[in-house]
Design a protein around this ligand. Structure first.
Ligand code: CO
Ligand code: ZN
Length: 335
């Protein structure tokens, strides 16, 4: 599984440009799904089973990034706009990669100046894309993602884009285990959806859910933790198990969905914790308000330092999330 994680987190796919990630996942699930389609927005929809309750599983393929929007004359420097929730405090000295392979370095004016005690505003930063040739290797309108390699430290896994490629890994691994269980017939009609454009406002999952018309939906995404120094008042901690969402800034999870997940975790002895997130949301919030409404919940992978290039998860939590999802999908999903 580590090699799958490395492959997906190091892949390139800012919101709206998920094609490379989609092809990697499509190859991974080719033998695991009964039918694979791509909808008009680019969501990759993988059906497993036919008949029974329709369950939609959503994990987003996209990642935050930047887009070059202006060339500084005669400089090799480009200005940029953000794709999704880019934090100014994470930018100085960081590298971005454009689709053509060019690496850019982010800097800001007056980095060591006496007045520089706070992070500059986003629009003060620029990217150095010069290659010494005098011509500019990147065009206005080119998107880029942050770049850093995957690392392991004990059970901790560290990388860019854990948000939300690790959710994609949970979905793929659940597909694999459901297939291995070799039941004659799937208990549910499951749609594993690898969604687009979550980071720019949950834009992909809702339309996918409209097309599928599920009876029930589960998003798989990272959640912040409250275990950093001078922590926020948040219960979730790394290594504490699968996080079962109760509430976030756009989603009140129906108690029946929370109870369904908690009962499964307790029956199977899977470590879990309840998640209440004050900032941010997931595809589940987009799905629940499509059509006439879809009861939706979320299994969250606890993650430190979300939206940095060092998003950190724990492999025991990852395993707990996979087990919980696989258990829930192994029998008819009826609340
Ligand atoms: Co995110
Ligand atoms: Zn996410």
């Amino acid at each position: 599984m580590i090699e799958l994680i490395r492959k997906l987190v190091e892949a390139w796919g800012p919101s709206g440009y998920e094609h490379q990630v989609r092809e990697l996942i499509r190859a991974e699930v080719a033998d695991l799904a009964d039918e694979i389609t791509v909808d008009p927005l680019g969501n990759l929809i993988c059906r497993v089973g036919q008949g029974g309750p329709k369950v939609m599983i959503a994990a987003h393929m996209d990642e935050i990034g930047v887009m070059a929007n202006y060339v500084e004359p005669n400089s090799g420097y480009m200005r940029f706009t953000n794709i999704g929730g880019v934090l100014a405090t994470t930018l100085l000295g960081h590298r971005v990669r454009f689709e053509n392979g060019v690496t850019g370095v982010i800097a800001a004016p007056d980095m060591f100046g006496a007045a520089r005690t706070t992070a500059p505003d986003l629009d003060e930063f620029f990217i150095d894309v010069s290659d010494g040739s005098g011509s500019n290797p990147v065009q206005v309108g080119s998107p880029a993602t942050f770049w850093r390699t995957f690392e392991q430290r004990g059970t901790r896994l560290i990388s860019k884009s854990m948000d939300d490629r690790i959710g994609c890994v949970v979905a793929i691994e659940a597909m694999r285990r459901l297939k291995k269980a070799k039941k004659k017939k799937s208990a549910n009609e499951i749609y594993f959806v690898f969604t687009v454009q979550e980071e720019v406002g949950l834009r992909g999952a809702g339309p996918a859910a409209f097309g599928i018309a599920p009876d029930l939906a589960i998003a798989l995404d990272v959640t912040a933790t409250g275990d950093t120094i001078k922590n926020a008042k948040m219960e979730v901690k790394l290594g504490g198990g699968a996080a079962i969402k109760v509430h976030d800034s756009r989603h009140v999870v129906p108690p029946a969905v929370v109870n369904w997940m908690v009962a499964q975790a307790e029956a199977d002895g899977i470590p879990y914790q309840k998640e209440l997130l004050t900032l941010g949301s997931t595809d589940a919030a987009g799905i629940q308000i499509t059509r006439a409404g879809v009861p939706s919940g979320c299994i969250s992978i606890p993650c430190r330092f979300v939206h940095t290039t060092s998003e950190t998860i724990d492999s025991n939590d990852l395993e707990a999330c996979i087990k919980l999802l696989t258990g829930l999908l192994s029998k008819p999903a009826v609340l």
